[in-house]
Design a protein around this ligand. Sequence first.
Ligand code: OAD
Length: 235
Amino acid sequence: MSKTRIVVLTGAGISQESGIQTFRASDGLWENHPIKEVATPQGFERDPSKVYQFYNQRIARLEDDNVNPNAAHKALVDLHNAKNVELTIVTQNVDDLHERAGSPQVIHMHGSLREARCSVSGKVVPAVEAYGMERGCECCQPSNRLRPNIVWFGEVPFFMETIENALFHADVFIAIGTSGNVYPAAGFVELAHQFGAKTVELNLEPTGNHAQFDEGHYGKASEVVPSYINAFLNK
Ligand code: OAD
């Protein structure tokens, strides 16, 4: 029997119940941190220490004992382990909760808090525990600034070719906990649909793009995702 090929796209909503703030909620990350200042190459150029401070807070949050994968991350591991499924997880999240739940080979299209990169050579290294002005790369002489290996506004997301290839072959596309505000990820539903996949939205509430999906299930990720996946695996 051939395997069902599934592409899952996750966003901040899947990690919300794990204690990671989403971006666009009224108390979301972008409410108190202007995007231009902390998430653009120009902002980093202008005030690197402010950008370092922002990402140091994000890294510290990941280290908090109360921040752990939730039932939605774990359900995706069950989906991966199902014999009749070939799963690709693409995440916009820069946390490591999919990996900590046990998902292998997660595609981090917006990068990862766990990686840093030399701002001149582009060499990627494991993330420092805390960025600082005094702490540069080890690949250049003299040393250059390290930056988070995170895709900022105005930059091109990582692994686009791999993702488009997975969407091309997908039988099912599932978007979980993403508002569909940021392209190219917001366009994956249309692409998957054009390529012939069934499209499913799992979110707290219908997003602005919900009409583009064939099917939607709404509620907390920790409930909706395991319930959808269990039903899928038992059908
Ligand atoms: P957003 O903050 O835009 O959207 C979060 C989505 O999660 C919303 O649709 C919420 O309804 C939903 N949500 C919140 N809590 C939930 C829960 N407990 N269960 C299920 N759904 C829940 O976050 P993203 O769509 O991930 O990019 O944002 C996309 C990109 O915008 C991010 O990767 C980041 C940001 O700017 C960069 O920084 C490049």
